[in-house]
Design a protein around this ligand. Structure first.
Ligand code: 4NP
Length: 167
């Protein structure tokens, strides 16, 4: 666990985790980031969304609920699709893979400077992507959890060191 205390407690940083369907990776990322932020005393607003609309209104995939709950996350979210206004409302938009990243760059009213690969904050990661586990097994979801635990820790370390002018 990292022990950082926000140097700017009056600022709420807003973070949106994004994948394709918003039923597997980004809800797990949302849950882990929320849990880690509480653990290290950072006040963040955290949400997630998909670039696609096929699963809007759905609960996370049952394997994502099981894997997220197994690592201490609340998995009560409901899927939604990203909206152009999200680029205004969120400070950080964290994509799971390069395809998500390209979709976000091309989105109407995108703000590319806010869009990052979540794994780029894990300096020890062997890849910059969180692979899509949808057609995989439960073990693939467990791997996603491991990747996101490291990536979210790296992200929280990164923003804890950001000066306030950046927001
Ligand atoms: P996610 O996974 O992007 O991590 O939520 C997927 C969920 C659904 C589909 C693809 C990926 N789908 O094709 O319906």
């Amino acid at each position: 666990m990292i022990r950082v205390v926000s140097r700017y407690p009056l600022m709420t940083v807003r973070v949106l985790c994004v994948c394709l369907g918003n039923i597997c990776r980004s809800p797990i990322a949302e849950g882990i980031l929320r849990r880690q932020a509480v653990e290290c005393g950072l006040e963040l607003e955290i949400d997630s969304a998909g670039t696609g609309d096929w699963h809007v209104g759905d609960r996370p995939d049952p394997r994502a609920i099981r894997a997220g709950e197994a690592c201490g996350c609340q998995m009560t979210m409901v899927a939604c699709q990203i909206r152009s206004s999200d680029f205004e409302e969120f400070d950080w938009i964290l994509a799971m893979d390069h395809s998500n990243l390209q979709n976000l760059y091309r989105w109407p009213e995108s703000k590319p400077e806010k869009v990052h690969l979540i794994r780029s904050f894990d300096l020890s990661a062997s890849s910059t992507e969180v692979p899509d586990p949808y057609y995989g097994t439960y073990a693939d979801f467990e791997e996603v959890v491991d990747m996101l635990e490291s990536a979210c820790r790296g992200f929280l370390r990164h923003i804890a060191a950001q000066p306030p002018e950046d927001y």
